[in-house]
Structure formats: C-alpha cells, structure tokens
Design a protein around this ligand. Structure first.
Ligand code: F6P
Length: 364
C-alpha cells in the first residue's frame, strides 16, 4: 500500500476542500493508495502525539461546497521556522525539517501533496530539495502565483468583492457619498482590478500602479459635476500610500512572518480630505469575508482539476512539481519555475487597458 499525505497550508481559501475531495476520490480508484490528511498544515506531523486523519470517500462526502479546510491550516511557523516557547516565556523559531522528514519516513508516507500559496510552495520546494516526494497545488485568493493562469479561490474572492461594490453603489448613490472599498490581495491588485471592472467602480488603486491623489480627486469631482453624485473607489490592501509606504501592522504573533496589511482605505480617505475633497467619504474593509464561505462553481471545477492532476503526478512519481492551469490544460511546472517571481498585474495589460477604456481612474 502507498501512503499519500495531504496538507493544507497558509490562509484558508474557498476550494481547499474541493481539492482534498478530488485527490481522495481519484486515489480511491486505485487499489494500492491510501490518503491521510495532516492536521493544521505540517503541525500535525510536528506535534506529539501526531495528528493525522484517514481520508476516504466517506470523510470527503459533502465537502465539495464547504469553505475552509476539513484538515485545518495555519500561516504561522512550518517545518523551517517552527515556533517553540523558551523557558522564560519568549518564543524562538527552530528548523525541524530534518526531524519531520524522518518522521514521515517512519510513518510510511510515500508522497505529500501540499496545497498552499507562495509561502507554502516555498516550503514544498525546500522539502523537495531535502529529498521529500512532494507536489504543490496553487491556492490563494490573491492569484499571485506565476506559471498558472489562475489559482483556485481567486474567482470566489472577486465575486464577493464585486457583490460588495454592487451593494455600496446603491447606498453611495442614495447619500451622494464616496465609498472606499478595501480588498485583499497582498502585493497583487488582481482582486481589486477585477472587482472594479465587474462592479463598475470609478477608481481602482492597486500596488502595481502608484497613484497621484490629485488625479483621483479630479475623477471624484467629475462625478459630482451636476451637484449630486457618488463615487466608488476599490483599493487593494497592498497599495502604498502617498509616501510610498505599505499600510498595516508588523506581525506580533510567534511564527507569523507576514506584514499584516490593512488600513490603506482609511489612509486614502485622509489623503483625499487633505487634498481638499469635501464630499462625505466612507470606508468599508471587506477582509476575511473574501475567503470564507462556499467556493463558486468556477473554483470548484478548477480545484477538482488540480486535485485529480496532483494525484496523477504522485502516482507517476513526478515530484518537485506544482500543478498549474494553462488554458485549456492542467499542466505540471517545477516548483522552482513557479516561485521565480510573483504574478502581478502588468500596467500594460489589456485588463488595465480595459479598465481605462471604461473610464476607471488608477491615479497613475
Ligand atoms: O494570502 C491570502 C490573504 O487572505 C491575503 O489576501 C491577506 O493579506 C492575508 O491572507 C491575510 O492573512 P491572515 O490569515 O494572516 O489574516
């Protein structure tokens, strides 16, 4: 019997369960494969007693439409920076990757499928370099992994952000207000740009295009020419403020290395007021609503394709690869290629050209 271990790492994302289900369903068609799930990213193997669960057709029944992940996840720590509490109560991070690989051998794990974003796939690559049979599946609402047209979860996040724009339009129009909607995406503007186009926003601020606040002000004033008016601004959380700084908080949790983005919406409001905008400005932060809940059909399909493909790679022993979508195919790329550079919005892309053609102001 061959043993395959599935891991979900990083922030949760709609479609994780659909990938798990697809792996298990496909594996169950083979007589000599069994699947286990590691609880809370790699923590389940790193902990004593070990926390893993058997995944079979019964355990994945009904999870296709469920948000989150049935095996849990974390974006803190990992085998290369595992948080350990010192006797004085402070924390340190320790590299426990070699112990983990030895433990996986002892557990009889023949292959690992790691479903996660760029941070998780960096861990996949480092573990592969140490000899672990590992395959990556690209997950993130941010869509910032290269070598794949889309990551699963992204389209669901865009749908949720678009619905938020739709709702803000009616309240903004009723009150003649400016609404700033802050959406996720880390250093990529994909969610903001797509939601701005789909929702008919007036301004879109993304990290890839630095803005001049006066250009945004001009756009706003053009929306109030006849006295009454309203304006919808979609801003990506990773956009830099007028001084070129990211807005957020330094991580303070043990093992959590990400800068906690958040607050550019409020910053933009202040900058607009300082630039002389007198209309009422309100800020909505969509936050984790964008990654909770059920995946839309598109992401269920993509996640299922990724899951089946990942199992095929495990079966044929193609490790050190990440599954990827290159329309119309699902392919395998090396983890090295996938991690070379982030997938960001190109200011010269047709998507940006489309937004500009629709009159959306980027401020840059
Ligand atoms: O990477 C996905 C994402 O949701 C980002 O869009 C966001 O900046 C980050 O994760 C938030 O992560 P956390 O789970 O730590 O709040």
């Amino acid at each position: 019997m061959k043993r395959l271990m599935v891991v979900t790492g990083g922030g949760d994302c709609p479609g994780l369960n659909a990938v798990i289900r697809a792996i298990v369903k496909r594996a169950s068609q083979e007589k000599d494969w069994e699947v286990i799930g590691c609880i809370e990213s790699f923590n389940g193997v790193l902990r004593e007693p070990t926390e893993v669960v058997v995944l079979d057709n019964d355990s994945v029944s009904g999870i296709l439409i469920q948000g989150g992940t049935i095996i849990g996840t974390t974006n803190k720590g990992g085998p290369f920076a595992y948080p350990v509490k010192r006797s004085d109560g402070t924390w340190e991070t320790v590299d426990v990757s070699d112990q983990m690989i030895r433990k996986l051998q002892y557990m009889g794990v023949d292959a690992v499928i790691n479903i996660g974003g760029d941070g998780s796939q960096r861990i996949s690559k480092a573990l592969y370099d140490k000899g672990l049979n590992i395959i990556g599946v690209p997950k993130t609402i941010d869509n910032d992994l290269s070598m794949t047209d889309f990551t699963f979860g992204f389209q669901t996040a865009v749908q949720i952000a678009t619905e938020a724009v739709d709702k803000l339009v009616t309240t903004a129009a009723s009150h003649n207000r400016i609404f700033v909607l802050e959406v996720m995406g880390r250093d990529a503007g994909w969610i903001a740009l797509n939601a701005a186009i789909a929702g008919g926003a007036d301004v879109c601020v993304i990290p890839e295009i630095p803005y001049d606040i006066n250009k945004i002000k001009e756009k706003i004033e053009s929306r109030y020419k006849k006295g009454r008016g309203f304006c919808i601004i979609v801003v990506a959380e990773g956009s830099r403020n007028a001084r070129g700084e990211k807005v957020g908080l330094k991580a303070d949790e043990p093992g959590y290395s990400n800068f906690k983005l958040g607050g550019i919406g409020q910053t933009l409001k202040l900058e607009l007021q300082q630039a002389g905008v007198e209309h009422d400005i309100r800020v909505s932060v969509l936050g984790h609503l964008q990654r909770g809940g059920t995946p839309i059909a598109y992401d269920r399909v993509l996640a299922s394709e990724f899951g089946v493909k990942a199992f095929e790679l495990a079966k044929s022993g193609e490790f050190g690869k990440m599954v990827a979508y290159k329309h119309p195919d699902i392919i395998a790329v090396t983890l090295e290629e996938a991690l070379k550079e982030p997938h960001l919005v190109s200011p010269d892309s047709f998507l940006v050209q489309t937004a500009k053609g629709l009159g959306i102001e980027f401020g840059g």
